[in-house]
Design a protein around this ligand. Structure first.
Ligand SMILES: [Mn+2]
Length: 355
């Protein structure tokens, strides 16, 4: 039995209690981490679509909307459909007039990842609820938290909430436009059902979502077969930069602002690069360092991945622990950090932090 404590990063409410809380809110704003991925978009949109469906069928007008901090993936539009969303570009002020009764945050609970919304959120923490599956977060953001670190994706607890809101026994009964974003979150956070976080619950939910009518081949094509050539040129730069360190067990790749400029690729086009060197037998840890720019200047974004040595029985490096020492975190096998240092300096710090 886990104890509930309002100050530590653990669950304080069940999904049933979140369902009751949602029903009491007349207007809801749904937020997720900046630069949203499949699980961030999937979890937030499935909730918004479910809440709005209930309001529509009961005669009231739609009342849930999602705000996203750019950049957005190119396929986001297909998932969004007719759901009310707002994308906040870098340095753009947040809409001041909207004052939602409740705020739901999915797939994160850390200030780092919610920075673009911080000024809006801070005076409204008492009306905020978090649904997440990460190992770390800032508990002060919401006293109502459902954190399932055993879930592979945030869409898992969200699917449960959507079913409860609609009075369904199984996700196979969900409308397809709600099943679709859930499937996207589940498939992307598991690396298309191949990461260590896949278990029976993941496959059961995936099966139910397929029964609900999700077309998985068209989702795969939408997510992974619509790249621009600029992404390939950038990928070549990243692979070219690869350095093998730590007795050939770790690979470090860098992508510079100049690489983006030369290849005409956008900041959203580095997805999946960090997974590539893992196909090398000896490589057990991969670091991708991306040079980025925001209103506070240039910084380095770190992505870290690890894999166990299946032949010699060595466990995977806990990259969450490594990222913790660099001010970041995430999951044991997939983590990240935002390092406010120039690329080369950040690279030296990362190599030093690796076991
Ligand atoms: Mn996630």
């Amino acid at each position: 039995m886990t104890k509930s404590n309002s100050n530590s990063w653990e669950s304080t409410v069940s999904t049933n209690e979140i369902v009751d809380w949602i029903k009491q809110q007349s207007t809801l704003l749904i937020l997720t981490h900046a630069k949203p991925d499949g699980d961030a978009l999937g979890s937030s949109l499935a909730l918004a679509k479910t809440i709005n469906l209930i309001r529509e069928t009961s005669g009231a007008t739609s009342a849930a909307e999602c705000w996203y901090a750019a950049p957005m993936p190119s396929w986001a539009k297909t998932l969004i459909g007719n759901t009310k969303t707002r994308t906040i570009e870098d340095n753009q002020p947040l809409p001041g007039a909207f004052d939602p009764e409740g705020i739901l945050i999915t797939d994160t609970g850390s200030w780092n990842q919610l920075a673009p919304f911080a000024e809006f959120l801070k005076p409204r923490l008492d009306r905020t609820t978090i649904i997440d599956h990460h190992l770390q977060g800032d508990a002060e953001i919401a006293t109502r938290r459902h954190i399932d670190t055993t879930a592979a994706a945030a869409v898992q607890p969200v699917a449960d909430i959507c079913c409860q809101l609609l009075g369904l026994n199984s996700a196979s009964q969900l409308p397809v436009d709600i099943a679709l974003p859930l499937y996207v979150g589940l498939a992307t956070d598991t690396g298309w059902f191949k990461h260590s976080n896949v278990d029976g619950r993941v496959m059961t939910l995936a099966g139910e979502l397929l029964e609900a009518g999700v077309n998985h081949t068209s989702i795969f094509a939408m997510l992974y077969q619509r790249d621009r050539t600029s992404r390939f040129k950038l990928m070549a730069r990243a692979l070219e930069s690869m350095e093998v360190v730590k007795e050939k067990n770790a690979a470090v790749m860098t992508v510079t602002l100049q690489d983006f400029k030369d290849t005409k690729a956008g900041p959203g086009e580095t997805g999946g690069f960090v997974d590539l060197p893992q196909s090398v037998a000896a490589i057990r840890v991969v670091a991708l360092l991306t040079e980025q720019h925001d209103s506070d200047g240039t910084f380095t974004k770190l992505s870290l991945r690890s894999k166990p040595d299946e032949w010699e029985g060595k466990p995977a490096v806990d990259v969450n622990a490594v990222c913790n020492t660099l001010g970041g975190g995430g999951h044991a096998r997939a983590s990240g950090a935002k390092i406010r240092k120039p690329l080369e300096e950040a690279k030296a710090m990362v190599i030093a932090a690796l076991p």
